[in-house]
Design a protein around this ligand. Sequence first.
Ligand code: NAD
Ligand code: MG
Length: 338
Amino acid sequence: MTQDASSSRRDLVRGLAVGGLAAGSLAGGGPAAAQPAPGASASPSLPLADPRERFPRPPFPAQSQPWPALQSRMTPVPDCGETSYRGSGRLAGRRALITGGDSGIGRAAAIAYAREGADIAINYLPAEQPDAEDVAKLIREAGRKAVLIPGDLRDEAFCARLVEQARDQLGGLDILVSNAAYQHAQHALADISTEQLDQTMKTNVYAMFWLAKAALPHLPPGSAIIVTSSVNADRPSEFILDYACTKAANEAFVRGLAKQVVKQGIRVNGVAPGPFWTPLQVGGGQTEQGLRQFGTTTPMGRPGQPAELASVYVELAAASSSYTTGQIYGQTGGVGWP
Ligand code: NAD
Ligand code: MG
């Protein structure tokens, strides 16, 4: 490395540290590295790299799986930061419940949170047990507690039980990541059955309400609620109308609830991803053509990998973001957002 390259890398790393973003959180696909002890800071080891060249680009191989898809069976397997995310104690002692924490974006948040020092409960569907066990192993390897609570979020009573069990087993709760979602592409409005509409609404909207309602009485001041929305909230794809409506609801909820619960010292924020390479897309979330060309239309020319979102979830949960509430953080590969 030349001296210029080496000093600009030091500047970048310094900038990230000042900005509160863990340097390791931006690494992608590198060789496995030993994790620091929980709470310890890690030495940064990120080389400067062109973001367009990092991670796979379309076209992607044709593939589909029955819903809910497993990420271990995807080609390529999504990168959720398994070998790259390094923590620096930003969430030491925190306790998080993450829905959809088995795979994709929720899995990236779970890995990052554990490596930042938090204990984690994840929820997922029983069919996703293999993905969930992978995540639990990674959480435990980071020296943190992993609690696995499978179950269907379309059931209000289960949502209440989920929060209660997470709180009991973690010894409290101060981060809720409402991230699970259902997305099923249809070419025409006429093809969206009432059954599908119901599943999309219940999973993406009702569960968000039920989980927040159940959690709020128990969240101490300083807690954070984070909801995963989508760029579809305002720029809906023509193929996922029902899903897009739920994502708009996610953002209205974030902005309204933030005003209400700031009075309890609780912050509420949203994350609005563009195209990310996750099981949601191969389990019916995209048309065949859409999947093959996934991410092509972004200025970056490729989809994001969940690992590239992890630091946003950490940032929104961390105590250092104490003035951040009612915000939606876009991560869209270059489409200005929101
Ligand atoms: P993913 O498939 O890895 O995660 C979705 C999870 O939702 C599943 O793992 C599953 O556990 C959970 N889930 C679905 N129905 C459920 C139910 N009835 N009960 C319990 N759990 C259920 O995919 P992902 O892309 O990481 O999705 C995470 C979030 O990101 C979602 O809110 C999604 O809308 C959002 N998002 C994804 C993209 C993308 O391109 N992948 C873009 C914008 C927003
Ligand atoms: Mg999954």
